[in-house]
Ligand binder design. Structure first.
Ligand SMILES: [Zn+2]
Length: 233
């Protein structure tokens, strides 16, 4: 059985230890991280790269024209998705910072539309706003490390978005998993952040398996299928 980790940051590892039969999507978030992700994707057959500029990267940029240069780089690569991108009101606090986040998020959505690629969304304290914005784009959407409430999750699923479960347990997450159901779930480690390494994908699998009362094999199989369809690979 193949295990599909939809979100990790392999550029942050000195030595990458893979588990057997794993596909991993390494995600960029800055121009530098995007460049590294591309290199890593070239080395490992089981690693795909997603490229994007995350909200926290642009908080204090005085001049956003540099972002267009970063976009040019992305256009010349072959990412399987645009990500991670989104809005983050935990880090973005001032009017200027929030304005920057919003402008860059729009640029990233237009880029995804132009390249006909799915998007990997990072949102923190901004779930409803992000979901409402995404509804207006006809893009396949994956909500990475979903941390919103049950109602936002239901709205996302109604619009065919995928919810990605990291290796961190919570009562709210359990409820969200039950509401959403296996059909709209995928798994991730977000390593080395939420998960320490790629082995932590087993924790994500067990969180879903516990919440839904289905076998871990079933979770592996269905999340693999969901991710494969989403990324179109
Ligand atoms: Zn991430």
């Amino acid at each position: 059985m193949v295990i599909f980790d939809t979100h990790c940051h392999l550029d942050k590892f000195n030595k990458i230890e893979f588990i057997n039969n794993q596909i991993a999507v390494t995600c960029g978030y800055s121009h530098e991280a995007n460049q590294k992700a591309v290199e890593i994707g070239k080395i490992y057959k089981s690693v795909y790269c997603a490229l994007g500029i995350a909200p926290h990267t642009v908080l204090d940029l005085n001049d956003l024209t540099i972002v267009d240069e970063w976009i040019e780089f992305i256009k010349h690569q072959k990412p399987i998705a645009i990500g991670e991108i989104g809005l983050d009101y935990h880090w973005g606090k001032t009017k200027e910072q929030i304005k920057n986040e919003k402008i860059v998020f729009e640029k990233m959505l237009c880029l995804a539309e132009e390249l006909k690629l799915p998007v990997l969304i990072h949102s923190r304290k901004a779930e409803d706003e992000v979901i409402d914005r995404l509804i207006n784009f006809e893009l396949p959407v994956l909500l990475h490390c979903y941390s919103g409430n049950r109602d936002s999750a239901k709205k996302a699923v109604k619009h065919n978005m995928l919810i990605s479960i990291p290796p961190i347990k919570s009562d709210l997450k359990k409820k969200v998993i039950k509401d959403v159901g296996l059909h709209n779930l995928v798994i991730e480690t977000d390593a080395p952040y939420l998960g320490k390494n790629l082995f932590d994908i087993y924790k994500s699998i067990s969180i879903i398996s516990d919440a839904l009362g289905v076998s871990e094999e079933k979770v592996e199989e269905k999340t693999y299928e969901n991710a494969k369809n989403f990324f179109n690979i």
